[in-house]
Write a protein that binds this ligand. Structure first.
Ligand code: TRP
Length: 490
């Protein structure tokens, strides 16, 4: 018997829990900052409507209709397409391996937040790179394992494991807490942030649009790939989650999930920029300089700002707890997607055993990110797997469903489950609009990466990043050529 969510609400909680994660509070604000605030919101919202929502409805529909995880779902569409399911799961697995490392840093900070005096006060940047990461000079200098981060990683994986060890039944108990809790904490942080001195300067930077930034093609690639990342699309996650439904209203649950996720991103953007405004006032810097600090934003700017606040310890604990609980339900959603796929194809191996193996392997691979060069590896792999890998897998998915399965057939199914009606526009976007946009973005990104090696990392590091895209691509191609052997599973 297939596992089932106990209620519609729990399904929505789980889907929103997967979508809302470090992507909303760390990745989204740092991208917004990279383009000077307001300008990022426009392409972000356009990509949400044009790409994100139609694709989320597609993944929900395919999972629920076929009652299968990603690999078997695509195999049902056509046995030569099963590699697409594999590619989704593979990309998700790569992401969760480094995502857990970010959770490990969060755990280190959470523990440190209990020290009577926040240890990073007055030196947030040095503390992050020097004390926490013990970062080396370059990606070639791997150094050794940083045991504090290593311990954080182990704790992260233990938390993730116990969230999914019994499959859906344990996952839904965990999301019942980890979905609402960070929302409440975020609201508290929001009121704290907007009442800080100088908050308004930051907020203005966040919401003032700059239309000329829209001419930069990179902003569109960043917005589109952020939409994939934040909605957990092209990872096989939403397909697996929806496969545990019997007959939910796909249109409604899809809209609720997509909209709540983006509202939370936009909301946490207010928190981040209000804090940036405060920091700018305290330190005499410009909001625009602070906000362009890249992926370090959440771990440099926030700790710094927290240490400047009254009740520093209290708010530090609150903040890192928020980050951690946001991360957990995203991380375990991927483990659950891998689990589903393996479980569907094994003859009754228990889910807790599969979950253990998945978590353990991911933990071992994650050790790379606990070395002294961990952040560099994380940066280069994140770049390739998110900016190229996700867009590529998304493109393959949408072509397979739109043209081979039949977008109209799936739309008819969506309409059969839904009270409202999903119009013909959806078919057009799945068949034409999204494939064209994704092809163009993919082409531009690949061209850029070939012309300018990402962040100047050495060729072997570029190759490692590119491998996270090429390996699944080769599997897609090979499996497309090899017809299914009825006895073999893959
Ligand atoms: N949606 C999550 C977020 O915004 C990130 C995410 C997507 C993720 N897919 C994942 C995390 C797979 C871990 C594994 O944070």
């Amino acid at each position: 018997m297939r596992d089932r969510w106990s209620s519609t609400t729990l399904f929505i909680f789980a889907a929103v829990g997967s979508a809302v994660g470090l992507g909303n509070i760390w990745r989204f604000p740092y991208l917004a900052g990279k383009y000077g605030g307001g300008s990022f919101l426009i392409p972000y919202l356009i990509c949400l409507i044009v790409i994100g929502i139609p694709l989320l409805l597609m993944e929900f529909a395919i999972g629920q209709k076929l009652q299968k995880g990603a690999i078997d779902a695509f195999k049902t569409v056509n046995h030569r397409l099963r590699g697409i399911g594999f590619a989704s799961i593979f990309s998700g697995f790569v992401v969760v391996v480094y995502y857990a490392a970010v959770m490990a840093w969060t755990i280190v900070y959470l523990v440190q937040s209990f020290s009577p005096q926040l240890p990073w006060a007055g030196q947030a940047k040095d503390y992050f790179f020097g004390n926490v990461l013990q970062l080396s000079d370059g990606i070639g200098a791997i150094g050794g394992i940083n045991w504090v981060v290593f311990a954080g990683l182990a704790v992260a994986w233990i938390l993730i494991y116990f969230s999914v060890w019994k499959g859906v039944k344990s996952a839904e108990k965990v999301v019942a807490i980890t979905m609402p809790l960070p929302m409440i904490l975020l609201v508290i942080l929001f009121f704290r942030a907007i009442t800080l001195e100088g908050a308004l300067t930051g907020i203005l930077a966040y919401i003032t649009p700059n239309f000329s930034a829209l001419l930069d093609t990179q902003i569109w690639i960043d917005a589109a790939s952020q939409i994939f990342f934040t909605l957990s699309l092209a990872f096989g996650i939403m397909i697996a989650y929806a496969s545990y439904n019997e007959k939910e209203d796909i249109r409604k649950t899809g809209y609720v999930t997509a909209l709540s996720n983006s509202l939370i991103s936009i909301f946490s953007g207010f928190v981040v920029f209000a804090v940036l405004g405060y920091m700018a006032t305290q330190t005499g810097a410009l909001v625009s300089d602070l906000s362009t600090s890249g992926p370090g934003l959440a771990f440099v700017v926030f700790p710094e700002a927290l240490s400047l606040m009254p009740w520093a310890n209290f708010f530090a604990v609150l903040f890192f707890l928020t980050l951690l609980s946001l991360g957990i339900d995203s991380a375990f959603s991927l483990v659950e997607a891998v689990n589903t796929t393996i479980f569907d194809r094994s003859n009754g191996t228990s889910k807790s055993v599969i979950a253990f193996l998945v978590c353990f392997v991911a933990f071992l691979l994650g050790i790379l990110f606990t070395t002294n060069a961990g952040l560099y590896f994380l940066d280069v792999i994140d770049h390739y797997v998110v900016n190229t890998g996700l867009i590529l897998v998304g493109l393959l998915q949408v072509l397979a469903i739109g043209w081979i399965y039949g977008a109209d057939k799936l739309r008819a199914y969506i309409n059969a489950t839904s009270k409202g009606r999903l119009g013909k526009w959806w078919t057009y976007s799945i068949k034409y609009v999204i494939p064209i946009i994704l092809t163009v973005l993919l082409f531009i990104q690949i061209k850029t990466d070939i012309m300018v090696p990402y962040e100047g990392y050495p060729m072997w590091a570029q190759a490692l990043g590119a491998a996270t895209v090429l390996v699944p691509l080769v599997v897609v191609a090979v499996l497309a050529l090899v017809p299914v052997d009825t006895k073999a599973k893959l």
